[in-house]
Ligand binder design. Structure first.
Ligand code: SF4
Length: 409
Protein backbone atom coordinates (compact mmCIF):
# COMPACT_ATOMS: atom_id res chain seq x y z
CA UNK A 1 0.00 0.00 0.00
CA UNK A 2 2.84 2.37 0.84
CA UNK A 3 4.54 1.68 -2.48
CA UNK A 4 1.26 2.28 -4.31
CA UNK A 5 0.73 5.55 -2.47
CA UNK A 6 4.30 6.71 -3.11
CA UNK A 7 3.72 6.19 -6.84
CA UNK A 8 0.45 8.14 -6.62
CA UNK A 9 2.23 10.98 -4.83
CA UNK A 10 4.82 10.99 -7.63
CA UNK A 11 2.08 11.04 -10.27
CA UNK A 12 0.34 13.99 -8.61
CA UNK A 13 3.60 15.91 -8.34
CA UNK A 14 4.49 15.23 -11.97
CA UNK A 15 1.11 16.64 -12.94
CA UNK A 16 2.13 19.77 -11.06
CA UNK A 17 5.38 20.04 -13.02
CA UNK A 18 7.87 18.23 -10.78
CA UNK A 19 10.34 15.65 -12.06
CA UNK A 20 11.79 12.81 -10.01
CA UNK A 21 15.45 12.55 -9.08
CA UNK A 22 17.36 9.61 -7.64
CA UNK A 23 19.74 11.95 -5.81
CA UNK A 24 18.34 13.17 -2.51
CA UNK A 25 20.63 16.21 -2.39
CA UNK A 26 19.33 17.41 -5.78
CA UNK A 27 15.70 17.46 -4.65
CA UNK A 28 13.79 20.71 -4.10
CA UNK A 29 10.90 18.76 -2.68
CA UNK A 30 11.06 15.64 -0.52
CA UNK A 31 7.94 13.67 0.42
CA UNK A 32 8.51 11.25 3.26
CA UNK A 33 5.99 8.41 3.09
CA UNK A 34 6.04 6.87 6.54
CA UNK A 35 5.23 3.56 8.20
CA UNK A 36 4.83 3.20 11.96
CA UNK A 37 3.67 -0.42 12.08
CA UNK A 38 6.56 -1.18 14.47
CA UNK A 39 8.71 0.91 16.77
CA UNK A 40 11.76 0.33 14.54
CA UNK A 41 9.89 1.82 11.55
CA UNK A 42 8.84 4.85 13.59
CA UNK A 43 12.47 5.23 14.74
CA UNK A 44 13.55 5.43 11.10
CA UNK A 45 10.97 8.15 10.42
CA UNK A 46 12.26 10.22 13.34
CA UNK A 47 15.86 9.71 12.19
CA UNK A 48 15.00 10.82 8.66
CA UNK A 49 13.08 13.86 9.91
CA UNK A 50 16.19 14.87 11.89
CA UNK A 51 18.37 14.41 8.81
CA UNK A 52 16.00 16.49 6.67
CA UNK A 53 16.03 19.25 9.28
CA UNK A 54 19.82 19.48 8.83
CA UNK A 55 19.43 19.40 5.05
CA UNK A 56 16.85 22.18 5.13
CA UNK A 57 19.10 24.41 7.22
CA UNK A 58 21.69 24.17 4.40
CA UNK A 59 19.08 24.58 1.66
CA UNK A 60 16.27 26.84 2.93
CA UNK A 61 14.16 26.55 -0.26
CA UNK A 62 13.84 22.77 0.19
CA UNK A 63 10.25 21.67 0.84
CA UNK A 64 9.60 18.70 3.13
CA UNK A 65 6.22 16.94 3.09
CA UNK A 66 5.23 14.03 5.33
CA UNK A 67 2.47 11.49 4.73
CA UNK A 68 1.70 7.88 5.72
CA UNK A 69 0.75 6.43 9.08
CA UNK A 70 3.07 8.74 11.05
CA UNK A 71 0.51 11.48 10.39
CA UNK A 72 -2.05 11.07 13.17
CA UNK A 73 -5.19 13.13 13.75
CA UNK A 74 -3.33 15.81 15.74
CA UNK A 75 -1.61 17.55 12.84
CA UNK A 76 -1.29 20.81 14.84
CA UNK A 77 0.86 18.96 17.37
CA UNK A 78 3.04 17.48 14.61
CA UNK A 79 3.50 20.93 13.09
CA UNK A 80 4.68 22.23 16.45
CA UNK A 81 7.06 19.31 16.93
CA UNK A 82 8.53 19.45 13.42
CA UNK A 83 8.40 23.07 12.25
CA UNK A 84 10.73 22.30 9.32
CA UNK A 85 7.98 20.19 7.68
CA UNK A 86 5.98 22.22 5.13
CA UNK A 87 2.96 19.93 5.02
CA UNK A 88 1.63 16.89 6.85
CA UNK A 89 -1.09 15.09 4.91
CA UNK A 90 -2.97 11.89 5.72
CA UNK A 91 -2.37 8.71 3.69
CA UNK A 92 -3.99 9.05 0.25
CA UNK A 93 -5.24 12.60 0.96
CA UNK A 94 -4.14 13.76 -2.48
CA UNK A 95 -6.46 16.77 -2.44
CA UNK A 96 -4.35 18.29 0.33
CA UNK A 97 -1.14 17.43 -1.55
CA UNK A 98 -2.49 18.71 -4.84
CA UNK A 99 -3.59 22.04 -3.33
CA UNK A 100 -0.18 22.54 -1.77
CA UNK A 101 1.77 21.44 -4.85
CA UNK A 102 -0.40 23.38 -7.27
CA UNK A 103 0.45 26.66 -5.53
CA UNK A 104 4.16 25.83 -5.69
CA UNK A 105 3.88 24.49 -9.24
CA UNK A 106 2.71 27.81 -10.70
CA UNK A 107 6.24 29.10 -10.24
CA UNK A 108 7.75 25.92 -11.71
CA UNK A 109 5.53 25.96 -14.79
CA UNK A 110 6.21 29.63 -15.44
CA UNK A 111 9.90 28.85 -15.73
CA UNK A 112 9.86 25.67 -17.82
CA UNK A 113 8.35 24.25 -20.96
CA UNK A 114 7.65 21.03 -19.12
CA UNK A 115 4.75 18.87 -20.33
CA UNK A 116 3.10 17.02 -17.46
CA UNK A 117 2.80 13.28 -18.09
CA UNK A 118 -0.20 11.15 -17.11
CA UNK A 119 -0.14 8.22 -14.70
CA UNK A 120 3.10 6.24 -15.07
CA UNK A 121 2.64 2.88 -16.74
CA UNK A 122 4.45 -0.22 -15.53
CA UNK A 123 4.10 -3.89 -16.46
CA UNK A 124 2.75 -4.53 -12.97
CA UNK A 125 0.58 -1.86 -11.35
CA UNK A 126 -0.67 -1.41 -7.79
CA UNK A 127 -4.39 -0.61 -7.59
CA UNK A 128 -5.71 0.35 -4.14
CA UNK A 129 -9.32 -0.88 -4.03
CA UNK A 130 -10.20 -0.35 -0.36
CA UNK A 131 -8.64 2.01 2.14
CA UNK A 132 -8.69 1.68 5.92
CA UNK A 133 -9.80 -1.19 8.13
CA UNK A 134 -12.74 -1.92 10.46
CA UNK A 135 -11.11 -4.79 12.34
CA UNK A 136 -9.13 -3.33 15.24
CA UNK A 137 -6.79 -6.27 15.80
CA UNK A 138 -5.44 -5.46 19.24
CA UNK A 139 -1.80 -4.87 18.16
CA UNK A 140 -2.51 -2.82 15.04
CA UNK A 141 -2.25 0.93 14.55
CA UNK A 142 -3.69 0.93 11.02
CA UNK A 143 -7.40 1.60 11.78
CA UNK A 144 -6.43 4.58 13.95
CA UNK A 145 -4.26 6.15 11.26
CA UNK A 146 -6.12 5.14 8.11
CA UNK A 147 -9.69 5.17 9.39
CA UNK A 148 -12.55 2.81 8.56
CA UNK A 149 -13.03 0.91 5.31
CA UNK A 150 -13.73 2.94 2.18
CA UNK A 151 -14.09 1.02 -1.06
CA UNK A 152 -13.61 2.51 -4.49
CA UNK A 153 -16.52 1.98 -6.88
CA UNK A 154 -16.08 -1.10 -9.06
CA UNK A 155 -16.57 0.88 -12.30
CA UNK A 156 -13.87 3.34 -11.30
CA UNK A 157 -11.37 0.51 -10.71
CA UNK A 158 -12.26 -1.23 -13.98
CA UNK A 159 -11.88 2.10 -15.79
CA UNK A 160 -8.44 2.71 -14.26
CA UNK A 161 -7.24 -0.80 -15.14
CA UNK A 162 -8.62 -0.47 -18.70
CA UNK A 163 -6.55 2.69 -19.18
CA UNK A 164 -3.39 1.07 -17.82
CA UNK A 165 -3.81 -2.08 -19.90
CA UNK A 166 -4.31 0.03 -23.04
CA UNK A 167 -0.86 1.51 -22.35
CA UNK A 168 0.91 -1.81 -21.68
CA UNK A 169 0.21 -2.91 -18.09
CA UNK A 170 -0.06 -6.71 -17.91
CA UNK A 171 -0.60 -7.34 -14.21
CA UNK A 172 -2.58 -5.58 -11.50
CA UNK A 173 -2.12 -6.02 -7.77
CA UNK A 174 -5.36 -5.09 -6.00
CA UNK A 175 -4.59 -3.62 -2.60
CA UNK A 176 -6.39 -3.18 0.68
CA UNK A 177 -5.72 -3.72 4.37
CA UNK A 178 -8.43 -6.35 4.00
CA UNK A 179 -9.42 -6.95 0.37
CA UNK A 180 -12.00 -9.53 1.49
CA UNK A 181 -14.23 -6.77 2.80
CA UNK A 182 -14.09 -4.83 -0.49
CA UNK A 183 -17.39 -3.36 -1.64
CA UNK A 184 -19.74 -3.82 1.33
CA UNK A 185 -19.77 -0.06 1.99
CA UNK A 186 -20.54 1.05 -1.59
CA UNK A 187 -23.96 2.59 -2.40
CA UNK A 188 -24.46 -0.45 -4.65
CA UNK A 189 -22.71 -3.11 -2.60
CA UNK A 190 -20.17 -5.27 -4.38
CA UNK A 191 -17.45 -7.73 -3.38
CA UNK A 192 -14.03 -9.00 -4.41
CA UNK A 193 -15.56 -11.90 -6.34
CA UNK A 194 -17.42 -9.48 -8.63
CA UNK A 195 -14.36 -7.30 -9.10
CA UNK A 196 -12.09 -10.26 -9.97
CA UNK A 197 -14.68 -11.57 -12.41
CA UNK A 198 -15.03 -8.18 -14.12
CA UNK A 199 -11.24 -7.81 -14.47
CA UNK A 200 -10.73 -11.39 -15.65
CA UNK A 201 -12.73 -10.58 -18.78
CA UNK A 202 -10.45 -7.70 -19.77
CA UNK A 203 -8.51 -8.33 -23.00
CA UNK A 204 -4.80 -7.56 -22.69
CA UNK A 205 -4.65 -8.06 -18.92
CA UNK A 206 -2.67 -11.21 -18.14
CA UNK A 207 -2.51 -11.45 -14.36
CA UNK A 208 -4.51 -10.34 -11.32
CA UNK A 209 -3.18 -10.42 -7.75
CA UNK A 210 -4.70 -9.17 -4.51
CA UNK A 211 -3.31 -8.35 -1.06
CA UNK A 212 -4.12 -8.98 1.72
CA UNK A 213 -6.78 -11.36 2.97
CA UNK A 214 -8.29 -11.85 6.39
CA UNK A 215 -8.95 -15.50 7.34
CA UNK A 216 -12.23 -14.62 9.04
CA UNK A 217 -13.55 -12.90 5.90
CA UNK A 218 -12.30 -15.18 3.12
CA UNK A 219 -15.42 -16.88 1.78
CA UNK A 220 -15.80 -20.25 0.05
CA UNK A 221 -17.35 -18.34 -2.82
CA UNK A 222 -14.18 -16.26 -3.22
CA UNK A 223 -11.96 -19.36 -3.11
CA UNK A 224 -14.08 -21.04 -5.81
CA UNK A 225 -13.99 -17.86 -7.91
CA UNK A 226 -10.19 -17.70 -7.72
CA UNK A 227 -10.08 -21.34 -8.79
CA UNK A 228 -12.34 -20.67 -11.78
CA UNK A 229 -10.67 -17.52 -13.16
CA UNK A 230 -7.63 -18.13 -15.34
CA UNK A 231 -6.00 -14.72 -14.84
CA UNK A 232 -6.11 -14.70 -11.04
CA UNK A 233 -2.67 -15.77 -9.83
CA UNK A 234 -2.40 -18.95 -7.78
CA UNK A 235 -0.87 -17.09 -4.87
CA UNK A 236 -2.73 -16.19 -1.69
CA UNK A 237 -1.39 -14.25 1.27
CA UNK A 238 -3.31 -15.37 4.35
CA UNK A 239 -2.01 -13.83 7.59
CA UNK A 240 -1.90 -16.41 10.41
CA UNK A 241 -0.32 -14.19 13.11
CA UNK A 242 -0.32 -16.97 15.76
CA UNK A 243 -1.08 -20.69 16.10
CA UNK A 244 -2.51 -20.62 19.63
CA UNK A 245 -6.16 -19.82 20.23
CA UNK A 246 -5.64 -17.75 23.39
CA UNK A 247 -3.05 -15.60 21.64
CA UNK A 248 -5.33 -15.25 18.61
CA UNK A 249 -8.14 -14.18 20.94
CA UNK A 250 -5.94 -11.61 22.67
CA UNK A 251 -4.96 -10.36 19.22
CA UNK A 252 -8.71 -10.09 18.41
CA UNK A 253 -8.22 -11.93 15.13
CA UNK A 254 -11.66 -13.53 15.03
CA UNK A 255 -10.65 -17.12 14.13
CA UNK A 256 -9.10 -20.15 15.81
CA UNK A 257 -6.08 -22.14 14.63
CA UNK A 258 -8.43 -24.94 13.61
CA UNK A 259 -10.59 -22.61 11.52
CA UNK A 260 -7.42 -21.35 9.83
CA UNK A 261 -6.32 -24.93 9.07
CA UNK A 262 -9.77 -25.70 7.64
CA UNK A 263 -9.63 -22.63 5.40
CA UNK A 264 -6.22 -23.68 4.05
CA UNK A 265 -7.61 -27.18 3.49
CA UNK A 266 -10.50 -25.72 1.46
CA UNK A 267 -8.21 -23.44 -0.53
CA UNK A 268 -5.95 -26.38 -1.45
CA UNK A 269 -8.96 -28.54 -2.34
CA UNK A 270 -10.12 -26.00 -4.94
CA UNK A 271 -6.68 -24.65 -5.97
CA UNK A 272 -4.21 -27.54 -5.59
CA UNK A 273 -1.27 -25.64 -7.12
CA UNK A 274 -1.72 -22.56 -4.87
CA UNK A 275 1.32 -20.88 -3.31
CA UNK A 276 0.57 -19.65 0.21
CA UNK A 277 2.33 -16.92 2.12
CA UNK A 278 1.58 -15.70 5.61
CA UNK A 279 2.42 -13.16 8.32
CA UNK A 280 3.32 -14.13 11.88
CA UNK A 281 3.90 -12.07 15.03
CA UNK A 282 6.09 -13.58 17.76
CA UNK A 283 6.42 -12.37 21.34
CA UNK A 284 2.88 -11.03 21.78
CA UNK A 285 2.30 -10.17 25.50
CA UNK A 286 2.13 -13.31 27.69
CA UNK A 287 2.96 -15.65 24.79
CA UNK A 288 4.41 -18.73 26.52
CA UNK A 289 6.97 -21.11 25.02
CA UNK A 290 4.22 -23.66 24.50
CA UNK A 291 1.97 -21.17 22.77
CA UNK A 292 4.84 -20.15 20.50
CA UNK A 293 5.51 -23.84 19.73
CA UNK A 294 1.91 -24.13 18.52
CA UNK A 295 2.64 -21.38 16.00
CA UNK A 296 5.65 -23.37 14.82
CA UNK A 297 3.48 -26.49 14.56
CA UNK A 298 0.96 -24.74 12.29
CA UNK A 299 3.79 -23.34 10.13
CA UNK A 300 5.32 -26.81 9.75
CA UNK A 301 1.98 -28.48 9.06
CA UNK A 302 0.83 -26.03 6.42
CA UNK A 303 4.19 -25.63 4.66
CA UNK A 304 3.85 -22.06 3.44
CA UNK A 305 5.87 -20.88 0.47
CA UNK A 306 6.80 -17.73 2.41
CA UNK A 307 6.44 -16.55 6.01
CA UNK A 308 6.90 -12.89 6.96
CA UNK A 309 7.70 -12.83 10.66
CA UNK A 310 7.87 -9.83 13.00
CA UNK A 311 8.51 -9.43 16.72
CA UNK A 312 5.61 -7.80 18.58
CA UNK A 313 6.14 -4.10 19.14
CA UNK A 314 3.59 -2.11 21.21
CA UNK A 315 2.00 0.76 19.31
CA UNK A 316 0.71 3.55 21.47
CA UNK A 317 -3.07 3.94 21.23
CA UNK A 318 -3.79 0.30 20.35
CA UNK A 319 -5.82 -2.06 22.52
CA UNK A 320 -2.82 -4.32 23.19
CA UNK A 321 -0.63 -1.40 24.29
CA UNK A 322 -3.40 -0.29 26.66
CA UNK A 323 -4.36 -3.70 28.10
CA UNK A 324 -1.17 -5.77 28.13
CA UNK A 325 2.35 -5.38 29.37
CA UNK A 326 5.01 -5.92 26.71
CA UNK A 327 6.47 -8.66 28.91
CA UNK A 328 8.37 -10.93 26.52
CA UNK A 329 12.08 -10.01 26.78
CA UNK A 330 13.69 -8.80 23.51
CA UNK A 331 16.13 -11.75 23.42
CA UNK A 332 13.23 -14.23 23.68
CA UNK A 333 11.39 -12.44 20.88
CA UNK A 334 14.55 -12.51 18.77
CA UNK A 335 15.06 -16.18 19.48
CA UNK A 336 11.47 -17.00 18.45
CA UNK A 337 11.80 -14.89 15.32
CA UNK A 338 15.03 -16.71 14.38
CA UNK A 339 13.37 -20.09 14.93
CA UNK A 340 10.53 -19.22 12.55
CA UNK A 341 12.99 -17.94 9.94
CA UNK A 342 15.21 -21.00 10.28
CA UNK A 343 12.36 -23.48 9.87
CA UNK A 344 10.81 -21.49 7.06
CA UNK A 345 14.11 -21.17 5.14
CA UNK A 346 14.35 -24.99 5.08
CA UNK A 347 10.75 -25.37 3.91
CA UNK A 348 11.05 -22.65 1.25
CA UNK A 349 14.30 -24.27 0.04
CA UNK A 350 12.55 -27.61 -0.26
CA UNK A 351 9.42 -26.20 -1.98
CA UNK A 352 11.49 -24.12 -4.42
CA UNK A 353 13.92 -26.96 -5.23
CA UNK A 354 11.02 -28.86 -6.79
CA UNK A 355 10.90 -26.22 -9.52
CA UNK A 356 14.37 -27.11 -10.85
CA UNK A 357 14.11 -28.08 -14.51
CA UNK A 358 10.54 -26.70 -14.80
CA UNK A 359 9.56 -24.03 -17.32
CA UNK A 360 7.71 -21.10 -15.76
CA UNK A 361 6.26 -17.88 -17.08
CA UNK A 362 7.84 -14.71 -15.69
CA UNK A 363 6.55 -11.15 -15.93
CA UNK A 364 9.77 -9.14 -16.22
CA UNK A 365 9.89 -6.15 -13.86
CA UNK A 366 13.45 -4.89 -14.28
CA UNK A 367 17.21 -5.52 -14.30
CA UNK A 368 19.57 -5.90 -11.35
CA UNK A 369 23.29 -6.79 -11.44
CA UNK A 370 23.13 -7.47 -15.19
CA UNK A 371 20.23 -9.91 -14.84
CA UNK A 372 16.56 -9.54 -15.65
CA UNK A 373 14.15 -10.30 -12.84
CA UNK A 374 10.45 -10.87 -12.53
CA UNK A 375 7.86 -13.02 -10.83
CA UNK A 376 6.07 -16.23 -11.62
CA UNK A 377 2.31 -16.62 -11.27
CA UNK A 378 3.01 -18.08 -7.82
CA UNK A 379 4.98 -14.93 -6.88
CA UNK A 380 8.46 -16.54 -6.97
CA UNK A 381 11.26 -14.12 -7.78
CA UNK A 382 13.26 -15.31 -10.82
CA UNK A 383 16.55 -13.98 -12.24
CA UNK A 384 17.78 -14.79 -15.74
CA UNK A 385 20.17 -13.48 -18.39
CA UNK A 386 19.17 -12.29 -21.83
CA UNK A 387 20.66 -9.92 -24.39
CA UNK A 388 17.12 -8.91 -25.45
CA UNK A 389 15.04 -6.14 -23.98
CA UNK A 390 12.72 -8.18 -21.76
CA UNK A 391 11.19 -5.38 -19.66
CA UNK A 392 7.43 -5.71 -19.27
CA UNK A 393 7.28 -8.97 -21.23
CA UNK A 394 5.88 -12.35 -20.21
CA UNK A 395 8.67 -14.82 -20.88
CA UNK A 396 8.97 -18.59 -20.41
CA UNK A 397 12.20 -19.55 -18.65
CA UNK A 398 13.60 -22.82 -17.32
CA UNK A 399 14.67 -22.94 -13.69
CA UNK A 400 18.26 -24.12 -13.20
CA UNK A 401 19.02 -23.22 -9.58
CA UNK A 402 16.94 -22.45 -6.51
CA UNK A 403 17.32 -20.99 -3.03
CA UNK A 404 14.77 -20.23 -0.30
CA UNK A 405 14.41 -16.66 -1.58
CA UNK A 406 14.88 -16.65 -5.37
CA UNK A 407 15.23 -18.79 -8.46
CA UNK A 408 17.84 -18.64 -11.24
CA UNK A 409 16.77 -19.43 -14.79
S1 SF4 B 1 -7.03 -6.64 9.66
FE1 SF4 B 1 -4.90 -6.01 9.27
S2 SF4 B 1 -4.97 -3.76 9.04
FE2 SF4 B 1 -6.92 -4.40 9.96
S3 SF4 B 1 -6.60 -4.14 12.18
FE3 SF4 B 1 -6.12 -6.30 11.68
S4 SF4 B 1 -3.90 -6.32 11.25
FE4 SF4 B 1 -4.57 -4.17 11.20
Amino acid sequence: MNKAESLQVADHLELCGYQATNVLQEANLIVLNTCVVRQSAEGKVLGMLGYLKGMKSQKPDLSVLVTGCFVDSDIKQLEKRFPHVDLFFKPSDYVELFNWAEKKAIAVLENTAYTPPGRRVTASAFIPIVQGCNNFCSYCIVPYRRGGERSRPLDEIVCEVTGLVAHGTKEVILLGQNVNSYGHDLPTPSNLTELLTALNDMAGLARIRFLTNHPKDMSQQLVQTIASLDKVCRHINLPLQAGNDDVLKAMRRGYTAEQYRQLVHDIRRYIPDVALSTDVIVGFPDESDDQFKQTLTVIKEIRFDTVHVAAYSPRSGTIAARDYEDNIPPDVKKDRLNKVEEIQAKMSADINSRLTGKTVEVLVEGKKGGKWYGRTQSNKLVFFESANDCLGRLIDVTIVKTSPWALQA
